[in-house]
Design a protein around this ligand. Structure first.
Ligand code: 26Q
Length: 827
């Protein structure tokens, strides 16, 4: 006979455990028994992880429901972050931290001889994003919940997130990542909140009794959008927001009709076509490829999300829309969700029968747009033809938006045809296309860049004509990262030391870290700081040993360069420098050389050939250097495969030098730079993105700055002759020649003429040759500085101490007060 699980475990409990631990363990035991028909002692790790996650979800349920009710009852304005990407990473550790239940969970598991860390490792990353833009969305959700702000996220529940990267025969290979295979304990499916999204068809107009015309779409393809909700808990405050992700499904009865008619192929084809929408995240982070499926994803997300919001509004307030704009704000994460602007117009005009002027006033007041890139190849434009075919009613609305905007420009700047062409939402030549950033500008009350330099470049170049038109729409919101995940959770050693020194208020008020500044002069504190870093370096070295089979000696300088692979991020500069150091070693020019471990990681977009070649070169250099006994004590190079959020949680605590070396004017902000800084790494970097603000915060003595400014890059490119620079720089010449002569090794054909040729070319947009000497010298300064351990620890402490302004709490607070106009909901 089976005794109730609770009693069985109550008897085996350790008497030193607190009641909470016992309750948690009993819950886990019961779940293991109920879900898997197993006794606790025989539950495999993955089952234990799922049972623990379920117990955590159960604790979130009450506050979650409560928060939703308090927000609804408050009648206050709410904001929504609409994004094609949310790069959440793992949830368990963060949820335990925010619920203050970590110790309890550790103790509960101790009774089973299981480490919490082992269960955490069972969780796959939710990698529903490519990189910075998607991770920023995740950090913002954490900060908003911590600030008790009513901010929910809307996104797509991709069946497959960003691909898993392996290295095979020196090249990147991509594998699908089935993050949902074992089930996702953090989501709740809400079929009752499903909505229908229509594609294709044509518009018909009915005459209304009042003589007006009403548009109606007919012969459309209908897709069902089913929402899945994930709780977003604030830090120990009882506030829980929602991330709502949409999954695409076929309309069942339609499918069934075909099936019953014996048209099995047709039925399954329609199912596959529908489900394709939420099948996979596009792995491009810097290139617009204009694929129709991508446009379908964008429309699917915004139509489902807006229908959801409007339905909730009508349920609670009836059909009056006078207050709607005062109660809603939608932040558009880059141009990817910008179809929300014409879609809200469509819903207000066609479904809710508002007039154009009222609908437009609401739209403008509700939307705000964030730009994340200046790269021309990343700017989205869609062929009018495709929009017409896929979204005929939206096409009409976009044309009307453009026509009215054109009239306004003609009134303000009569006869300035060129200005009108430059500003138009629909570009005419060579063929009609919708410029998504212009649609965003016209339909939003706010546009922001993500770092001071970036915002200035938007004002002065990218959207100059709009800035002349509406200067007050433009603001800067320098990015930030959440210190809960990026310090408290991922670096318990440093967190403990900081809290011991200055208390724990920094967890929700990062400016508190300033109190560490005086401790930079305390030799005892510096020594403890060094010891913590040393332990984190060992953890990082273990990861490198396991994933790359490379030895990182713990006394060497740990130098980390992790981010998506792109030419503008200049991983090449780092690789050229690695070869230079290797050549010095072969020359015996090693006097005063600092032992260094270079870690490089990042994924290349599947179709970005050059980026994949850069990975290959990195892997070959690593193989050559690590295989040479002469380099053993002085240099190690590793390319770590499958860089992702959970890898960064090990990398940033163990890094000492942070590589932020993009061509000035190209990296909008960067956020990895902030994570490294917060964890006490020093930056070697260009005057680009938020690096400039980091330099301003720490001072030139604590930052290894080099390279051209954005203005100098623009100027130089008018008459750039890299070959002259190369001939005058013996080090650079030697490195380039060696790589081209094939002395790095690999296959016979590995001379890298493509990569090196582009560096030698006058049209190299990234000016690699121009910045090499400055970079090499900055690296030399870093290496020398590292030899003074006391001095280095001092600078490391200063970097952490001055990282307060890079908390996403500060950023979100600025969005809330200056753009969203929302305030905290009382507990
Ligand atoms: C566009 C069209 C079609 C398919 C894909 C895309 C696409 C997807 C993702 C284009 C761009 C992205 C991602 C961009 C991104 O991550 N930008 C980064 O945003 C960070 C947060 O603001 C900044 O810190 C980085 O500087 C910026 O590169």
């Amino acid at each position: 006979g089976a005794a109730p699980a609770r009693t069985e475990f109550a008897m085996s409990l350790d008497p030193t455990q607190t009641r909470d631990d016992q309750a948690l363990l009993a819950e886990v035991a019961e779940t293991v028994r109920r879900r898997y028909a197993l006794p606790l002692e025989r539950a495999p790790r993955n089952e234990l992880y799922h049972a623990l996650a379920e117990a955590v979800m159960a604790r979130l349920a009450g506050p979650w429901l409560n928060t939703r009710e308090r927000i609804a009852a408050s009648g206050r304005r709410r904001a929504y972050y609409i994004s094609l990407e949310f790069l959440m990473g793992r949830t368990l550790g963060n949820a335990l931290l925010n619920l203050d239940a970590r110790v309890e969970a550790e103790q509960a598991l101790a009774a089973l001889g299981t480490k919490l860390g082992e269960l955490e490792a069972e969780e796959p990353d939710a990698a529903l994003g490519n990189g910075g833009l998607g991770r920023l969305a995740a950090c913002f959700l954490d900060s908003a919940a911590t600030l008790r702000l009513p901010l929910d996220g809307y996104g797509i529940r991709y069946e497959r997130g960003l691909f898993r990267q392996t290295i095979e025969h020196g090249d990147q290979a991509e594998y699908p990542e089935s993050w949902l295979a074992e089930g996702n304990p953090w989501e709740i499916r809400r079929p009752d909140r499903a909505v229908r999204v229509h594609f294709g068809g044509r518009t018909e107009f009915d005459s209304e009794p009042d003589g007006s015309l009403r548009a109606r779409l007919v012969d459309t393809e209908e897709i069902v959008a089913v929402p899945y909700d994930t709780p977003i808990p604030g830090y120990r405050n009882g506030h829980v927001n929602t991330l709502r992700l949409w999954s695409a499904q076929p309309l069942l009865d339609f499918d069934l009709k075909a099936f019953n008619a014996g048209k099995h192929d047709k039925a399954s084809a329609s199912r596959i076509h529908a489900e394709a929408i939420s099948q996979v995240l596009y792995p491009d982070d810097s290139h617009q490829r204009g694929k129709e499926l991508r446009l379908r994803q964008q429309y699917f997300l915004v139509s489902a999300s807006l229908q959801d919001v409007l339905r909730t509004w009508v349920e609670q307030h009836g059909a009056a829309f006078d207050d709607f704009a005062a109660r809603h704000c939608f932040q558009l994460n880059d141009t990817h969700p910008v179809l929300a602007i014409p879609e809200l117009m469509r819903l207000l005009l066609d479904e809710h029968r508002l007039g154009w002027d009222q609908a437009w006033a609401i739209t403008e007041e509700c939307f705000a747009y964030t730009n994340h890139t200046l790269l021309p190849e990343a700017l989205e434009t869609w062929p009018m033809e495709m929009v017409d075919h896929l979204l005929p009613r939206l096409r009409d609305i976009i044309v009307e938006i453009d026509r009215r905007f054109g009239e306004q420009i003609e009134r303000l700047f009569p006869g300035e045809g060129h200005r009108l062409e430059r500003l138009a939402v629909i570009e005419q030549n060579p063929s009609p296309r919708v410029r998504m950033s212009h649609l965003a500008m016209v339909g939003s009350h706010s546009v922001n860049g993500v770092a001071e330099l970036h915002t200035r470049l938007i004002r002065e170049h990218l959207l100059k004509d709009f800035y002349e038109l509406w200067p007050l729409k433009f603001t800067n919101k320098t990015n930030g990262v959440t210190q809960r995940r990026w310090l408290a959770h991922c670096n318990p050693g440093l967190s403990g030391l900081i809290t011991e020194a200055i208390g724990d208020r920094w967890v929700t008020d990062l400016a508190q870290l300033e109190k560490l500044v005086p401790l930079a002069d305390d030799a005892g504190f510096r020594e403890r700081w060094r010891e913590v870093k040393q332990v984190n370096k060992q953890r990082l070295a273990a990861l490198v040993a396991e994933r790359c089979d490379v030895v990182f000696p713990p006394e060497a300088l740990f130098d980390a360069h992790v981010k998506r692979i792109h030419e503008y991020k200049r991983q090449m500069l780092n690789l050229l420098h690695a070869v230079h150091l290797y050549q010095r070693i072969l020359d015996g020019d090693t006097d005063g050389m600092t032992p260094r471990c270079i870690l490089i990681g990042g994924k290349a977009a599947a179709g970005y050939h050059r980026a994949k070649r850069i990975i290959r070169l990195a892997v070959q250099i690593a193989k050559r250097v690590n295989g040479d006994k002469r380099a053993r004590e002085l240099l190690a190079v590793a390319f770590v495969p499958n860089y992702n959020v959970s890898a960064m949680e090990v990398i940033c605590p163990g890094a000492e030098l942070s590589e932020q070396i993009s061509t000035a004017g190209k990296e909008a902000s960067g956020t990895g730079n902030m994570k490294f800084m917060m964890n006490g790494a020093l930056t070697i970097g260009t005057l680009d993105g938020a690096n400039i603000e980091i330099l301003d915060a720490v001072g030139a003595e604590c930052f290894f700055q080099f390279g051209l400014t954005a203005e100098e890059v623009a100027k130089l490119r008018e008459n750039y002759v890299p070959e002259e620079i190369i001939q005058r720089d013996e080090h650079l010449k030697r490195v380039l020649d060696a790589i081209q002569q094939g002395s790095i090794g690999g296959r016979k054909s590995d001379h890298y003429d493509d990569l090196i040729g582009s560096i030698r070319s006058p049209s190299d947009p990234w000016c690699v040759a121009a910045d090499f000497d400055g970079y090499r010298r900055a690296q030399q300064r870093a290496a020398e500085a590292y030899r003074d351990s006391q001095g280095w620890q001092r600078m490391s402490i200063i970097n952490c101490a001055r990282s307060g302004r890079f908390s996403a709490d500060r950023t979100v607070d600025q969005y809330a007060s200056e753009i969203w106009r929302i305030g905290p909901i009382e507990g």
